[in-house]
Design a protein around this ligand. Structure first.
Ligand SMILES: N[C@@H](CCC(=O)N[C@@H](CS)C(=O)NCC(=O)O)C(=O)O
Length: 276
């Protein structure tokens, strides 16, 4: 009997995962498919990149996602002159640019990329901004070691991971000091990452508690600010997605539905399948 129940649960889970993703979604703008497709160069873990992916996905604008390796300097430099993500490239109209919010705003103001004005302006909500400020440092410390344990494409090779570790301090160390090879060796940096992961296990309940506070600030399961989907969501959802990699966090019901709904509508998967 237990085996039967487990099998049924497994089947329900599998059918949820295997739902067709290309079917038209209720209330969504019609699909925009340019030829050639515009490209978005990203790192999967990067919340700024997620802003663009979410914005384009919500607009139902098809684009090619290029996951750059984290140690790839030539690709972004050839495009915009420095190592940065996201980068938006639409060769047909000679557009190649960085800056996530500028990219989403450009796409939502130009009929080339579908109906304009689908995303309402940011409302500058001080309560959500204050929440994000309070949790920012702690959340980064929890996410960084987990990215190194993940299957994210920019870290598919050791060089990508090593580049990330060298550029992202943990344990409250200043970036300039952390990057100084005379002060921090390769092994010391990695060992600090292990310590940071261990420390983070003691802070899981704090993440749960902070999400409980946020839940009261989220208006509904589809958008965080009364009035509809806005740039508030483009920013907030993209930051929250990074938290979905942390195992053991209990998400409040409304906030989790918000995460799942925008994940589906924006066609950006959460990271919960690689929690650690
Ligand atoms: N203001 C930029 C920030 C972009 C940004 O800082 N991206 C990070 C990745 S999360 C980056 O490319 N950093 C340089 C690096 O990884 O070397 C935006 O919103 O697009």
């Amino acid at each position: 009997m237990t085996r039967l129940i487990l099998l049924m649960c497994g089947l329900a889970y599998a059918s949820a995962l295997l739902m067709p993703v290309a079917s038209p979604k209720a209330g969504q703008a019609s699909r925009v498919i340019l030829d050639p497709l515009p490209k978005v160069y990203v790192y999967d873990h990067c919340p700024f990149c997620v802003r663009v992916r979410l914005g384009f996905g919500l607009k139902n604008l098809k684009y090619e996602t290029v996951f750059m390796a984290n140690d790839d300097i030539p690709t972004p430099t050839a495009l915009v002159g420095k190592k940065i993500a996201p980068i938006f490239e639409d060769k047909d109209v000679d557009v190649c640019m960085a800056e996530s919010m500028d990219i989403v705003k450009l796409a939502d103001a130009d009929p080339r990329y579908g109906a304009v004005g689908q995303i309402k302006p940011a409302t500058d909500r001080d309560d959500i901004k204050a929440w994000m400020k309070t949790v920012k440092a702690r959340n980064s410390m929890m996410q960084r070691p987990r990215y190194m344990m993940s299957y994210l494409p920019e870290f598919a090779n050791e060089d990508g991971k090593n580049a990330f570790v060298k550029n992202h301090p943990v344990g409250g160390v200043e970036k300039s000091e952390w990057k100084d090879d005379s002060k921090w060796s390769f092994d010391q940096r990695w060992s600090a990452y292990v310590d940071s992961y261990k420390q983070s296990l003691l802070e899981i309940d704090d993440v749960t508690a902070s999400l409980k506070e946020l839940d009261d600030l989220i208006f509904c399961e589809d958008y965080c600010t009364e009035g509809g989907l806005s740039y508030d969501d483009i920013d907030l959802w993209s930051r929250l997605r990074s938290l979905t990699i942390i195992k053991g966090v209990t998400w409040p019901t409304k906030t989790w539905k918000y995460m799942k709904n925008l994940s589906t509508k924006g066609d950006v998967p959460l990271l919960d399948c690689m929690q650690c």
